[in-house]
Design a protein around this ligand. Structure first.
Ligand code: XMP
Length: 516
């Protein structure tokens, strides 16, 4: 079989690193992300066809700032440095860097001043909008490089050493705010590095299954199955790789939606030959959550309790060495658990940041590099039914992070009934498929209302409905007001305990999708 081209991305901690990988995958080229601290010999062993140096939050002039093993640049591979990656190339190869305490953040207008294959079909003679996020800047390029682009505020926005195939840009071509940024990346991949687009979702499935088979051998694996697309896809891939050595566990933590346990168990039985055990742990979770209000504490308690259950279930099956989870990339980056990536913790997603150190099992996460829409494509490739592929994401900590304040049985019951109405109305109106996620949130706030002739003093429920492609950014969905009105009327009339419904109209960032 012909060796497939592979781009290795060295990660210096940017929140956008995975987006680079994703854009490269979209172009049909296989790519892998590795920590910037990876030694040259280990990078070499990956047999890269080209390298990308990502952005990152540090300053190259800081003592202790992440560095690149200098040997890597001596192999003659095509290299693209982005933002921090550009500054590092400039510093390591003898250019001049200027530090600035102030960060330039946002859109900038880019002018190409010298033709370069990087700009083919992109630069048409008039300024292009690009996305910047940097403190330091390159003031003079290293010997051998030419300045090929500038902006109003920086003298070296792009530089190239065509003979060594070293290219660097200060802006981020991987984000949607950079006009046609994919054209630049594709020029690097195909025109400069001469790679071939041969990677597809089918090859992802084949490679992942083969990789899992090799890594796991005869080991047994328990897989936490939630019924959502991520864990289901992870389980189906594992099942292809190791067959009956996979033991799936569905934990009823008491934080599920109405009828969810039954629905999930039914459809898993209907569509897959997976070996699934259902564990009833409602009392355990609710007793541990009693009195807890802090969101991170809730997440950690839930993560720990899940792991205790998995450990316990695993010890009942002889020879289990691994725990499999359907963790996706946005969970990884926001929980800051990517090794070598010094990014900020946003939330401890229970299936990554909430894992206790004492966990006895080793982790296997076959989807750790993918975004949700890519997982949907993998699911389609695996032949999963639409009802799973298009199910809205439901977080591991379940309704507990949609109940602001303490989680009690009574409040769970109220939220479950409100949520059921939201789901029913979104499906009935056809809006379910049009949005990324839609759900209700119960607030720790009571307000006065009037029902019949009487005064009420009950809880407020918020509706959260968002559009997104990958959960990294999101905007609130413009649902027609008549649908909102129906949802609100039904909740207030049918759910005892709620007398007011409000709509969340915040985008991510600066808000997040879930409230906790
Ligand atoms: P946020 O709230 O971080 O959510 O904007 C982004 C997406 O991730 C889901 N989410 C989770 N999924 N475990 C999960 O499996 C978690 O702990 C978790 N927290 C949030 C959320 O529903 C949204 O789709």
């Amino acid at each position: 079989m012909e060796q497939q081209d592979k781009v290795v991305i060295l990660d210096f901690g940017s929140q956008y690193t995975q987006l680079i990988a994703r854009r490269i995958r979209e172009a049909g080229v296989y790519s892998e992300i590795h920590p910037c601290s990876t030694k040259a010999e280990d990078v070499k062993a990956l047999h890269p066809s080209a390298l990308v140096l990502s952005g990152g939050p540090a300053s190259v002039t800081d003592p202790g700032a992440p560095e690149l093993d200098p040997e890597i640049l001596s192999w003659g591979l095509p290299v693209l440095g982005i933002c921090y990656g550009m500054q590092l190339l400039a510093k390591d190869l003898g250019g001049k860097i200027v530090s600035s305490a102030e960060r330039e953040y946002g859109r900038a207008s880019f002018t190409c001043i010298k033709s370069s294959p990087l700009f083919d079909d992109w630069w048409a003679g008039s300024d292009m909008t690009v996305w910047m996020s940097h403190g330091d800047r390159v003031e003079a390029p290293p010997p051998g490089f030419e300045v090929v682009g500038v902006t109003d505020s920086i003298p070296v926005a792009a530089m190239a050493d065509e003979s060594r195939k070293l290219y660097a840009i200060q802006f981020h071509p991987e984000v949607a705010h950079t006009e046609s940024g994919s054209v630049l990346l594709n020029n690097f991949l195909f025109k400069i590095a001469g790679l071939k687009p041969s990677w597809t979702m089918a090859s992802f499935v084949d490679q992942t299954v083969a990789g899992l088979r090799e890594r796991l051998g005869e080991a047994k694996v328990v897989c936490g199955l939630s019924g959502g697309i991520d864990s289901t896809v992870a389980a189906v891939l594992l099942h292809r790789a190791i067959g009956d050595n996979l033991h799936c566990i569905f934990v009823d933590n008491g934080l599920l939606r109405m009828n969810e346990r039954q629905e999930v168990v039914d459809y898993l039985a209907k569509h897959f030959e997976l070996n699934v055990k259902c564990v009833d742990a409602e009392d355990l979770f609710l007793s541990k959550l009693a009195g807890v209000e802090d969101p991170e504490e809730k997440r950690k308690i839930i993560g720990y309790t899940f792991i205790d259950i998995f450990d316990q279930e695993a010890s009942a099956i002889s020879g289990v060495e691994y725990l499999a989870q359907g963790t996706l990339y946005p969970d990884v980056i926001e929980s800051c658990s990517f090794k070598g990536g010094p990014s900020a913790v946003i939330k401890s997603h229970h299936n990554v940041g909430g894992l206790p150190e004492r966990m006895k099992l080793k982790l296997v996460e076959p989807l750790r590099e993918l975004f949700k829409d890519e997982v949907r494509k993998v699911a389609a490739e695996l032949g999963l039914p639409d009802e799973i592929i298009w199910r809205h994401p439901f977080p591991g900590p379940g309704l507990s992070i949609r109940i602001i304040g303490e989680v009690t049985r009574e409040r769970l019951d109220i939220l479950r009934r409100a949520d059921k109405i939201v789901q029913e109305e979104l499906r009935a109106s056809g809006w379910y498929r049009r949005m990324w996620q839609g759900f209700a949130v119960l607030l720790p706030l009571k307000t006065v209302g009037v029902m019949g002739d009487g005064r009420t003093y009950e809880s407020v429920c918020a509706l959260r409905m968002v559009d997104s492609i990958d959960a990294m950014t999101a905007d609130w969905t413009r649902v027609p007001t008549d649908i909102l009105a129906r949802i609100s009327n039904r909740i207030i009339n049918e759910v005892q305990g709620i007398n007011r419904v409000v709509l969340d109209i915040s985008s991510k960032p600066p808000s997040t999708i879930e409230w906790e």
